[in-house]
Write a protein that binds this ligand. Structure first.
Ligand code: KIV
Ligand code: ZN
Length: 397
């Protein structure tokens, strides 16, 4: 029996996926990608169907500027964005880097929380607004598509956020991004903040979320932002990024897809490309994916306990809420270990070509398999073959 596909309740709204693997993701400690690697990832992101690729921070180094330029020249499909602080040199570097893109964007930002303004920028709030306006106007002199971010927005005063965002929109910003820079906010706060900003800003403005994972809530906060009115979500493959990382692209996309009966949102992501993108980013960044990571971890579609294995053999939907193939992976794996049951053991033998073993012999082998699993942990195909091919006469009692 297969479960009915969940049906959306209302027509889904399209959410833009802004991928920042090559910018915030590359800010993961220890990660440094060369141009060729960046280009390969950018092509993979385009094939995945992201709407925007944030290709880097061009002022950071001549290498970064060249990396963004190459992507702008060679990758077609998504918007190509370059990041810039709210100053002339950064914006000119970003403009130069994205100039060859078919769809260029400059993403400029300045901090708005009391602590960042007082301690880091050492600027009064009025001066911060002035800088934001200057930056957006300058960026608009180069490109039509300008995104403005208020760094540390979730620890900023809401009235001040509304003020600076309205000023940025008047100066020409088309997307307004609300970063939870230090991963501090909660889903209900995020939903309320977006609902507030949506009411404060003109309808044509694209509201965007950008969540970090310091409290493990980046994905939940991003989804809450969308419920509050965000129409762009900033995220990274495998959730890589500064400190605890950014919201994970694959988790947000598959949450919307799997629960489309609940969330009236859809993305343009080709889900079957997810696993390939995850493997590539992990390999090139040198950042392994934790085995129990949702969607792309080694164990995300593996079943070890006998009860679960028996259920999955009878109907995958008993313990799987999505098919592995949907994200470009092999079908679910039954891990052979000490928790495995007889049904999974029998299936594993059949899959290895041992269809005709009589029941009493399977029963006997199952006992030996359990002894071996107790000692070895996980057992592989060769272990099972060795068990069967050893002298395996069932002892006569
Ligand atoms: O986390 C953050 O605030 C950022 C901005 C530059 C958007 O990455
Ligand atoms: Zn960030």
């Amino acid at each position: 029996m297969t479960q009915p596909e969940p049906q959306p309740k209302v027509e889904a709204q399209r959410i833009r996926i802004f991928d920042t693997t090559l910018r915030d993701g590359e800010q993961s400690p220890g990660v440094a990608l060369n141009h060729t690697q960046k280009l390969e990832i950018a092509h993979t992101l385009a094939r995945l169907g992201v709407d925007v690729i944030e290709a880097g921070f061009p002022i950071a180094s001549p290498g970064d500027l060249e990396g963004v330029s190459r992507i702008a020249r060679e990758v077609r499909g998504p918007v190509i964005a370059g990041l810039a602080r709210a100053n002339k040199a950064d914006i000119e570097a970003a403009a130069k880097a994205v100039e060859a893109a078919a769809k260029p964007r400059i993403h400029t930002f300045i901090a708005t929380s009391p602590i960042h303004m007082a301690k880091k920028l050492q600027l009064e709030p009025d001066a911060v607004v002035e800088r934001a306006v200057m930056a957006v106007k300058l960026a608009r002199s180069f490109v039509d598509d300008v995104e403005f971010s208020a760094e540390d927005a979730t620890r900023s005063d809401w009235a001040f956020l509304s003020r600076i965002f309205r000023a940025a929109v008047e100066a020409g910003a088309t997307t307004i991004n609300v970063p939870d820079t230090v991963g501090y906010t909660t889903p209900d706060e995020m939903r309320d903040l977006f609902a507030f900003l949506k009411a404060e800003l003109p309808d044509h403005v694209y509201l965007s979320s950008h969540c970090h994972d310091d409290l493990g809530m980046a994905v939940a906060n991003s989804i809450a932002a969308v419920e509050g009115g965000a129409r762009q979500v900033e995220c990274t493959i495998n959730g890589i990024g500064e400190r605890a990382g950014n919201a994970s692209l694959e988790e947000i996309v598959m949450a919307f897809h799997t629960r489309r009966d609940h969330y009236p949102f859809e993305t343009g992501i080709r889900s079957r490309e997810i696993y390939r993108a995850s493997r590539l980013v992990s390999r090139l960044s040198g950042m392994p994916v934790q085995p129990n990571k949702a969607i792309v971890g080694d164990n995300a579609f593996a079943h070890e306990s006998g009860i679960h294995q028996d259920g999955v053999i009878k109907a995958r939907e008993t313990y799987e809420i999505m098919n592995a193939e949907l994200v470009g992976r092999e079908a679910a794996v039954l891990v052979m270990g000490k928790h495995s049951g007889r049904a999974a053991f029998r299936k594993a033998l059949t899959d290895l070509g041992y269809q005709d073993i009589p029941d009493d012999k399977v029963q006997y082998l199952f006992g030996r398999f359990k002894d071996l699993a107790d000692r070895k942990g996980q057992l592989y195909a060769d272990d099972l073959r060795a068990l069967v091919d050893a002298r395996t006469d069932v002892p006569q009692t």
